[in-house]
Design a protein around this ligand. Structure first.
Ligand code: HEC
Ligand code: HEC
Ligand code: HEC
Ligand code: HEC
Ligand code: HEC
Length: 195
């Protein structure tokens, strides 16, 4: 009888853990869809053959331009080239009325963090993949998962609650920045990264 009670307790505990483990992330994060679909692979693949820097360039003053403005898209999409729904949306909702596309940024850091691409890409010659994974070859855009409490993108923490066996680009917490700086002997102080 005593054993049976213990078994029931254990089964209940495991059940609760499983529900928490699977259910907690669903409760913690809210899915937000991108304003439209976009395929990196169509543009960076053989047919169109664009380089990353054709859309993600550095200004003359060394500032990273980030996501291209709709004027860049208009160079080729002033009228529809193909038949896809997403391209139709691009032309009708954004290019023709000349409206910017309100993209959501998966890697967005909190307001109080200062990050600049120039030292990382131009001086340290790090690849985009080191910090962004395979996004540059992606076929479609997943929803951004926003933490309901902090408002941060899930990509800051990374996909696994435990953060065990993360790939190098999975997660960009303060420790992840500093680990790489330590490995490469980069001197850092609080005010280098915090405004
Ligand atoms: C035709 C223009 C174009 C080209 C070429 C292009 N991108 Fe993009 N990129 C975009 C647009 C538009 C977005 C915003 C939508 C999105 O997140 O994909 C973006 C977003 C990104 C992001 C931001 C992800 C985030 O955190 O939100 C990364 C990283 C990125 N691109 C990497 C690359 C890499 C690497 C290449 C080259 C292999 C590349 N891109 C080539 C247009 C382009
Ligand atoms: C150098 C020319 C060029 C530029 C610049 C360009 N595209 Fe394209 N894009 C193409 C071509 C070619 C296709 C393939 C057309 C087809 O057959 O569907 C395409 C396809 C697309 C499609 C439909 C396929 C898909 O799901 O991605 C979308 C949406 C799109 N582009 C969005 C954009 C956006 C947004 C920008 C600006 C950030 C942009 N493009 C910039 C040439 C370009
Ligand atoms: C050392 C890590 C690192 C490397 C290398 C890196 N990025 Fe980023 N990227 C980030 C971080 C962190 C953010 C978020 C910045 C913020 O929120 O202030 C970001 C944001 C972005 C964005 C969103 C717009 C913006 O400027 O905030 C794009 C687009 C992007 N990166 C593209 C690229 C491309 C293309 C490359 C390769 C040429 C690259 N990144 C290399 C860490 C990196
Ligand atoms: C994969 C390695 C790597 C990651 C991840 C990384 N950095 Fe860096 N960072 C570097 C290197 C290397 C330099 C030095 C570049 C140079 O000056 O040659 C640097 C320089 C800097 C600098 C300039 C200050 C200085 O002392 O040179 C700042 C600020 C900075 N990083 C902030 C960040 C932040 C914030 C993050 C996380 C969001 C981050 N870095 C993630 C490698 C990295
Ligand atoms: C290499 C860049 C870097 C340096 C140096 C750095 N930080 Fe941060 N810090 C970050 C980033 C990125 C975040 C946001 C991601 C996160 O929450 O870990 C952050 C977040 C924080 C937070 C908020 C924590 C939270 O969970 O919301 C505090 C507080 C903080 N930093 C304090 C400091 C102090 C104090 C120092 C100096 C001892 C320092 N940081 C040095 C990059 C840095």
């Amino acid at each position: 009888m005593k054993n049976r009670g213990a078994m029931m307790f254990l089964a209940g505990l495991l059940g609760a853990l499983a529900v928490g483990w699977i259910g907690f992330p669903r409760l913690l994060y809210r899915n937000e869809a991108q304003p439209m679909q976009f395929s990196h692979s169509v543009h960076t693949g053989e047919n169109v053959g664009m380089a990353c820097a054709d859309c993600h360039a550095f200004n003359e003053d060394g500032r990273f331009t980030g996501i291209p403005a709709v004027a860049k898209c208009a160079e080729c999409h002033s009228a529809q080239l193909g038949e896809t729904e997403s391209e139709k949306q691009l032309v009708e909702e954004y290019v023709t009325p000349n409206r910017e596309i309100p993209w959501l940024v998966y890697a967005r850091q909190p307001e109080n963090v200062y990050f600049s691409h120039a030292p990382h890409v131009q001086l340290a010659a790090l690849s985009c993949e080191r910090c962004h994974g395979p996004h540059g070859g992606s076929e479609n855009l997943r929803p951004l998962q926003r933490n309901r409490v902090s408002g941060y993108s899930r990509d800051i923490w990374g996909p696994r609650m435990t953060r065990i066996s993360n790939k190098p680009w999975e997660g960009m917490k303060m420790n992840d920045c500093s680990r790489c700086h330590r490995e490469r002997n980069v001197q850092e102080s609080c005010l280098d990264c915090h405004k």
